[in-house]
Design a protein around this ligand. Structure first.
Ligand code: SAH
Ligand code: SF4
Ligand code: F3S
Length: 446
């Protein structure tokens, strides 16, 4: 290892917010041990990919990236590491098929990472290739003592729990992230305080099913309020609550606390009872719709969003129509619509064939996406002429002459910088004059 300069690490993150958060833990753990980080892949001694295994296309992205690295690795000494859910789930496949991978570390093994990388660099110097692996899942690891090294300046992710015990039949997460465990509330609140002290205005609490958060007398509603009470934090969000057990106290907290955002992401997956049952979601269509009614009657201006899977094993046209009609009925502000993707080792993969043809899956996804686009556009039109509080995030995607931010309900708002100059982290009032299905266009209030 070059003693003059710390090894330069380039870290890329795929997948969900939990992975974003874990990458911040990884940065912190490696920095502690004398590694440095670079955004420039060309200058890196170590390239790490924090990967996702949720659907086939998540895998494909990582394999494409790995093959890009092959050429780089021929040019200079380079350690390549695969972290995260794919490392955990596909250890055999990755080790057998990908001689390129020097280090594998699953989500509960990041404390070993500095040692693994150092060993990989040493063995490379000695001209031997020995893969370094740590893929044991833990019942206890919550990284409570590791302060995440955050980059984004507005939102701080905070994991309140790790793992998942729900075993929805389609889902790989219980296998990649292991058993569910809740962090100590004191550590979570302290992390929120630290984020506030560093200037973060928003905290998003993360868990695969936040409603099963338990620690002594603490449940999720109590934790959410405690975080929202941290001085300096202006907005608190959370994701995801499972529809099977949405407690009244949580709804009460969302309704009454001024700093808890009026947005609930409530993944439905399917609108048909037989499919919901096959998915092991443990709620029925009518129970779900009852929950939506209860939420809307306590909080009429709540923004609801969801996740849907189309083309699950044996889903008939009629059963699919139930999902279509549920979207028409609930009229979510937004929905993430996924084609069912069979995942190795899951209950569905073991029990039933993935028997809906690709073309049918695609048609179903397109039908739902078209419907949802129409509904989202209509929902957004309801904001025309209203004034919203917007948390400024930075430059808009399309043009650096425009800024973007989020409404309390998590809808993207775009405005011209000239009309309202504002810095990331500022909370400003804007009036909506136009919209698309995904964006509200705004100007200074008259
Ligand atoms: N824990 C979260 C979900 C995390 S995964 C929850 O239960 O709310 C995010 C979404 O990916 C899921 O809600 C589901 O819609 C989708 N998903 C998970 N596994 C999938 C699979 N095998 N095929 C297609 N979509 C899947
Ligand atoms: Fe997967 Fe279900 Fe757990 Fe969500 S609740 S992570 S969908 S097993
Ligand atoms: Fe997240 Fe993907 Fe793992 S969605 S939990 S990174 S499988």
């Amino acid at each position: 290892m070059n003693q003059q300069r710390p090894p330069q690490v380039h870290l890329e993150t795929f997948g969900c917010q939990m992975n974003e958060y874990d990458s911040e833990l990884v940065r912190s753990l490696l920095t502690r041990d004398g590694f440095a980080f670079t955004d420039d892949r060309e200058r890196a001694d170590v390239i790490l990919m924090n990967t996702c295994a949720i659907r086939e296309n998540a895998h494909n992205k990582v394999y494409t990236h790995l093959s890009d690295l092959r050429a780089l690795k021929r040019q200079r000494p380079l350690v390549v590491g695969v972290l995260g859910c794919m490392a955990q789930n596909l250890k055999e496949e990755l080790t057998e098929k990908e001689p390129l991978v020097d280090v594998l570390a699953g989500p509960d093994s990041y404390r070993h990472l500095p040692g693994l990388i150092t060993k990989a660099m040493e063995s490379q110097e000695q001209g031997e290739l020995r893969r370094q692996m740590a893929v044991d899942l833990s019942e206890y690891e919550t990284y409570d003592d590791v302060a995440p090294d955050r980059r984004d300046g507005v939102n701080a992710w905070i994991a309140v729990m790790r793992g998942c015990d729900n075993f929805c039949s389609f889902c790989v997460v219980p296998y990649t992230r292991g058993r569910e465990r809740s962090r100590e509330p004191e550590g979570i609140v302290a992390e929120a305080r630290l984020a506030a002290a560093k200037g973060f205005k928003q905290v998003t609490l993360l868990g695969q099913n936040v409603n099963s958060y338990r620690h002594g007398d603490w449940d999720f509603a109590r934790l959410l309020v405690a975080v929202a009470d941290v001085p300096g934090i202006e907005r608190v969000r959370f994701t995801s609550p499972h529809p099977k057990d949405f407690p009244a106290a949580l709804l009460e907290a969302v309704v009454s606390h001024p700093r808890i955002c009026k947005h609930i992401h409530l993944p439905v997956q399917s609108g048909n009872d037989r499919i919901l049952n096959l998915m092991s979601r443990t709620y029925s269509r009518s129970a779900y719709l009852g929950l939506v009614d209860q939420i809307r009657s306590s909080c009429p201006d709540i923004v609801l969003t969801t996740d849907v899977i189309a083309g699950f094993c044996s889903e008939s046209d009629e059963e699919f129509s139930d999902t279509y009609r549920l979207l028409e009925e609930v009229r979510y502000h937004a929905a993430f619509i996924f084609k069912y993707s069979e995942r190795k080792n899951t209950i569905a993969a073991r029990k039933w064939p993935d028997d809906i043809p690709e073309t049918v899956k695609s048609e179903r996804v397109t039908a739902l996406a078209d419907l949802q686009r129409r509904i989202s556009h209509e929902r957004n039109r309801a904001y025309l002429g209203t004034t919203l509080s917007v948390l400024v995030e930075g430059d808009a995607k399309r043009s650096s002459l425009q800024s973007k931010g989020k409404s309390d309900g998590n809808i993207t708002v775009v405005w011209s910088k000239k009309s309202v100059p504002a810095d990331p982290g500022q909370m400003i009032q804007l009036s909506v004059y136009d919209c698309s299905a995904s964006t509200l266009y705004a100007a200074p209030p008259a």
